[in-house]
Design a binder for this molecule. Structure first.
Ligand code: SF4
Length: 319
């Protein structure tokens, strides 16, 4: 039989240990089973280590783990979009002609699929409306394109302009400074030269044709687009042509015909002779910028355009 004095001494020791543990955990007092904590306060008293006893003691429940507050999340500073991702300036062309600048609503509206800030009404269910919808889908897919290095210095993605279902497509090589600023192809002196060629030889305005380039962004210093830049942009050129479904294509300058026909032949050996792209007749001729530098080649270009007009009229092209 155990000595009751030893049992009492053990009980007192247990209570003493419990109180000391509560003090270390910051427990102020106990109400029944509920533990009431007091504000943390460092216990500076040193507690002497207790000698181990022979009798095993009941295990007390472990102290509740201290709650840790989640770390506050860092606020991200607003980042400025790179210039080439910002919206380009609104274009200066109305539905089928030129007029003052209009408010910019975003790149898809300012430089839409057919190059006009206010697209002309095209009746639903017509081939032109279907072509316009296809072109708009290509434009949306292109977006604020960064597929090649030309995106770094451009102001505008110059997609193209004209009739979405044109019978004649005119293909240049890439935008220059004026085109980059305006967001439209063939503006400035070369554009005026092209307008004269169209009007005087073919009797067509820009509203009856579709004008576009091999690359949609301006190469620095007006250099020719590099092969990797052409390769990145070419799928969108082909998608545009497949959306428009032209009957005749006029290419202007060497990079245009080389890209379209995937050939290494130069413009001097190809101009004036009919070529073919997916069954569509292609007439290569000089770029208007070349004619500005070398006016004596206008005569050859005139011959090429006369040949084009004959084919265009024979196919019943849009007037
Ligand atoms: S040139 Fe064409 S591929 Fe390159 S960034 Fe411009 S739109 Fe994209």
């Amino acid at each position: 039989m155990t000595d009751p004095r030893i049992e009492l001494a053990d009980l007192v020791a247990d209570v003493h240990d419990l109180l000391r543990a509560d003090r270390e955990r910051g427990v102020d007092h106990r109400e029944g089973e509920q533990v009431v904590a007091r504000p943390a306060e460092p216990d500076r008293r040193e507690v002497a280590p207790r000698q181990p006893r022979q009798k095993p003691r009941a295990q007390r429940p472990p102290a509740a783990p201290a709650r840790s507050r989640p770390a506050p999340q860092e606020k991200k500073a607003p980042t400025q979009a790179p210039q080439h991702q910002q919206q380009p300036a609104g274009n200066r062309h109305s539905a089928w002609g030129r007029k003052k600048a209009e408010p910019t609503f975003g790149y898809e509206h300012a430089v839409g699929a057919w190059g006009f800030s206010t697209p002309p009404p095209i009746p639903v269910g017509t081939p032109a409306r279907a072509a316009a919808d296809r072109l708009l889908a290509v434009r949306r897919e292109l977006g604020a394109c960064q597929r090649c290095g030309l995106c770094e210095n451009r102001r505008s993605v110059v997609f193209g302009m004209g009739h979405p279902n044109a019978d004649l497509v005119i293909l240049g090589e890439g935008p220059g400074a004026n085109e980059d600023r305006e967001g439209l192809p063939f503006v400035g002196a070369a554009g005026e030269m092209l307008d004269k060629m169209l009007q005087h030889v073919l009797g067509l305005g820009r509203d009856k044709v579709y004008i576009l380039n091999v690359v949609k962004c301006r190469p620095p210093n007006n250099r020719n687009p590099a092969p990797d830049e052409v390769a990145a942009c070419r799928p969108f050129l082909f998608a545009q042509l497949e959306a428009i479904k032209p009957r005749v294509i006029l290419t202007l300058g060497s990079p245009a015909v080389k890209t379209l026909l995937d050939t290494s032949r130069g413009i001097m050996s190809m101009r004036g002779a009919w070529q073919s792209w997916q069954g569509v007749p292609v007439m290569p001729t000089f770029h208007p910028a070349h004619l500005l530098r070398k006016p004596e080649d206008k005569r050859l270009t005139f011959q090429d355009l006369k040949e084009l007009k004959s084919r265009y009229d024979h196919l019943g092209g849009l007037r």
